[in-house]
Ligand binder design. Sequence first.
Ligand code: NDP
Ligand code: GDR
Length: 344
Amino acid sequence: MKTALITGITGQDGAYLAELLLSKGYHVIGTYRRSSSVNFWRIEELGISNNPNLHLVEYDLTDLGASITLIDRYRPQEVYNLAAQSFVGVSFDQPVTTTQITGIGALHLLEAIRIVDKNIRFYQASTSEMFGLVQTIPQRESTPFYPRSPYGVAKLYAHWMTINYRESYGIFGCSGILFNHESPLRGKEFVTRKISDGVAQIALGKSSHLELGNLDSKRDWGYAKEYVDGMWRMMQAEEPDTFVLATNRTESVRDFVSMAFKAAGIKVDFRGSEENEVGIDEASGNVVVRINPKYYRPAEVDLLIGDFRRAQDILGWSPSTSLEELCQMMVEADIRRNKRGFSF
Ligand code: NDP
Ligand code: GDR
């Protein structure tokens, strides 16, 4: 039985990856942070929280000693580093914390592997945010980086450290440059889930409207459950490498809003521009979307679209859920949760 260690099991990807690895017969060590109220809602929703092969351990990525102890104690064959301060918006307000967790945190695990056992395989959760101010379209493994947030800069540091430990010490360190991936388990601070939950509340008469920031930014959104399979494939490859996972389709935030309202049977018409733009429910004439500049970022990533051909050729990975299907799935899940009066 293989043992895998997942940092950040309380997050979206950690929960889906744990589900996948358990289904493949792994013993999974999942780390969570000490806090006043630890939240296991995602692994509970997936029905894996009581799986006898899942072992939950308290751990903070910012502690080097704890990282060495963790790796030494469990001696996993595979380490998936998914833990991060992952919200781009917050990284502008907390750049130092973000760097310590998202950047240096990855180095702590690489150091632990170097010290304890160099045969342990390491996956680093890299991101399309490293492309930032995009230099070419679509973005692939060879596209130059130009991060636009403290989060993107911290992730770029961790990405290069992973490559450096691969080249310096022969550690199997792979880096997945994943474009945005969403699901009903996405945190509500991220725009797609904020929209699906907001639309559900409006459709059920629990809320009048949704407040958003920049509707013009364009993202390549895929389904998280498919992306964690790509992470696992990278770790089974012959050689450690860097791979882009994406859908090669880009849509604006505004398009996603329309799609989500459509999934709830509401047709929305956008009028006005910039801060005065509003989304109007065509049937009732009610304003259901407003702009609130507090959601604007000091520097924005305007457009992302990824080329996943390398992952397809070498790993046999490709996405299969369309954005319409994903959006429908998220809106339906949030309508169900809001009807139960209970939505994380
Ligand atoms: P989430 O924000 O949902 O999860 C992040 C996880 O990291 C949570 O479990 C969180 O714990 C944990 N964490 C945060 N700080 C620490 C710390 N100091 N020590 C230990 N654990 C910590 O992210 P996702 O699941 O969406 O993403 C997984 C990874 O992939 C992240 O690294 C993210 O940056 C990266 N990524 C995500 C993409 C996406 O579109 N989802 C795209 C590309 C990369 P807690 O619950 O206590 O907060
Ligand atoms: P992103 O995701 O920054 O791409 O990072 P997010 O969903 O936060 O933003 C996407 C785009 O939507 C615009 N936007 C808003 N965003 C939020 N959160 N809230 C709003 O109200 C809002 N209105 C408009 C943003 O400005 C942005 O352009 C995600 C995270 O999961 C990262 O960890 C990951 O690395 C990248 O995806 C790939």
